[in-house]
Ligand binder design. Sequence first.
Ligand code: ATP
Ligand code: MG
Length: 254
Amino acid sequence: MLRTIQATRYVMPLREGGSMPAIIEADDFGLYVLKFRGAGQGPLALVAELVAGEVGRALGLRVPELCLVEVEVALGRNEPDAEIRDLMKRSIGTNLAMDFLPGSTMFDLAAGDKVDCETASLAVWFDAFVTNIDRTARNPNLLMWGENPWFIDHGAALYFQHQWRDEAYLSNPAARFAAIHTHVLLRWASDLTGADVLARQRLSEDLFRKIMELVPEQWLPIEQREDYVAYLTQRLANTAGFVEEAQRAHADLI
Ligand SMILES: Nc1ncnc2c1ncn2[C@@H]1O[C@H](COP(=O)(O)OP(=O)(O)OP(=O)(O)O)[C@@H](O)[C@H]1O
Ligand SMILES: [Mg+2]
């Protein structure tokens, strides 16, 4: 189950984010990062954010708590910026919120940030599994909070969901993932075999089904959930291709 909260105050936009996410306050007085259903990327970006995020959490990676957040007309009423007001209007109803990590900083190779081999290997496996292209040195989407890395921004993951209707071959669940070459943590991912074993213990068809049940109907018709379960289950049964590809990419790098 995900908690459902009510957005009570628009605090500020996170302008660096392409989808205009915002920091909001909710009825529990907590601060959250809100991802709007009405943003240009469309509701499937929220599906990816939720599904990939919960897969990452199940793998043992740190992902800030995700909740559903209700946006009402009143939230945008006093907003002076027309673009933000329109975005809120298009997003009335259920949106995605993520626990805001105060004082966190974006992972920065140049500043000497690093992660341990187990986390890096699991993260590379994860991003290859969910086909997430957004974990590069330039745009790591990895927040350092205290000593620990936190994984955010999975809206571009699961690209099969944008393509499988018309081009079936692109949604091949065993497909390799060439973008893994640019993964910000690849240099430390020296135990992809261990990560693969661990991941196949931690993920399952049952888990994928439970995760898909969390997705609101306003984002994805209920009858499409099983297609996602089938895709993820088949990809989990066919990890050798992307694992070998990531191992080669790691070996090329060091
Ligand atoms: N949970 C969080 N806690 C603190 N800061 C966050 C959190 N989530 C996001 N941010 C900040 O907001 C920025 C934008 O968030 P995010 O990357 O998720 O948005 P996006 O619109 O998908 O971005 P992109 O332009 O990378 O596609 C992040 O780069 C980070 O600085
Ligand atoms: Mg981002």
